[in-house]
Design a protein around this ligand. Sequence first.
Ligand SMILES: [Fe+2]
Length: 360
Amino acid sequence: MGAHGSPAFERVDQDAERLHTPYDEWACSQGIDVMRGYFIEDVYTLPLKWWERMGGYGVFINLEGTGYVDDAYVCSIPPGESLKPQRHLFEELVYILEGRGATTVWQENGAKQTFEWQKGSLFAVPLNACYQHFNGQGDREARLLAVTNAPLVINLFHCEDFVMNNSYVFSDRFGGEEGYFGGRGKLYKDRVLEINFVSDVPGIEPIAWVERGKGNATIFFELAQSTMGAHVSQFPVGIYKKAHRHGPGAHVLILSGEGYTFMWPEGRERMRIQWKPGSMLVPPEGWFHQHFNPGGRPARYLALKMLSRKFKLAPGKIKSDVPLNQGGWQIEYEDEDPEIRLIFEEECARNGVEVKMPKR
Ligand SMILES: [Fe+2]
C-alpha cells in the first residue's frame, strides 16, 4: 500500500485485455491449422499439416457451438508409424475414421495395456494416463478424430506445463485393470452403456427411443469415468427427429445417410446444414436443432460431447425428451413450425422417398 492507503502501481501504457484465450494461444503454437465455423463438410478430406508434438499430421476444429468447453482435432498416423506418447490433464474421446492399429495405455510406472482398433472404433483416454497410438498397416495412413475438453482445462490453469507434464495418477479412473479396453460393458436403464472401448460404432445396435422421434434409436456411452460422453442415434428413411436444445459442445459426426439439419436460436432464422458421412456440426448452446433424413438410407450419427450421466457438471435430470411446456428441451411434432414438415415433404419428393412421419 502507498503512504495514503492507495495501492502502489506502475503505470503500463497498454491494454490488459487479450483477445484470445490461453487455449487459442496454445492451439496456435502447435503449428497446424484451426478450422472454424458452424460445421465441417467432410472430416475425411480436411487438409492436414505436420504436427510435431503428436508426430503425425493434424488439424484443429474449433466450431462456433463449442462455447470453449471442448474442441476437436483430426490426426493421421503415417503408414507403419506411431504417434509420439502423450499425457495430459484434459479428457479425450477418440473415434477412428480410417485404418487399423493399436493404442497402448499405461499409468506412470504401471504395466502397459494394448488394444487394437479399426475404422469405426471409439474409446476414451483415461485422464492423464500415458498413451501411444500405432498404425497397424504399412501401406496406408490411419486417421482419427478426437474431441477433448482442452479449452476448458487450458483456459482454467493457463499453464501448459501443468496440463501436459503433470505426474498425478488418477487411479480411480484407470488402475491398470485387466481387460479395461476389452470392449465389455454394463448396460444401465435408459440406454446407457458403460464401456471403455466400442469396437464398431457403425455396427452397434441402438435401443428404441421414440420419445425423441418416430423410429429413433439411441445408445449412450459412459467411457473411462469421464465427464465427457458420447452417443449414437439412428433414424429411418423418410423421418425427421424432434427439435431440441441443450448446452454447448456436442460434436455430431454423421456416420451414414444423407440429409440436413436445421439449427436456430429461438425466434430467429434457421441455419441449414447439408450432411453426408464425414460431416460434423456442433449446435450452439441453447439453439434448437433438428435432424432430417430425406435420403435413401437410414441415418446414423455419433455425438461426442461434454456430458456424462455419471459425472455431471450441473445437477438434475437430462430433459432431452421432455416437451418444452413441461420444462423440457424438446419441441413436439405438433408444436413445431408447420413449414418444417412442408420443407421435408418437398425434399423427400425430390429424392423419390416416401414420407414416414406420423400424421398430425
Ligand atoms: Fe442435441
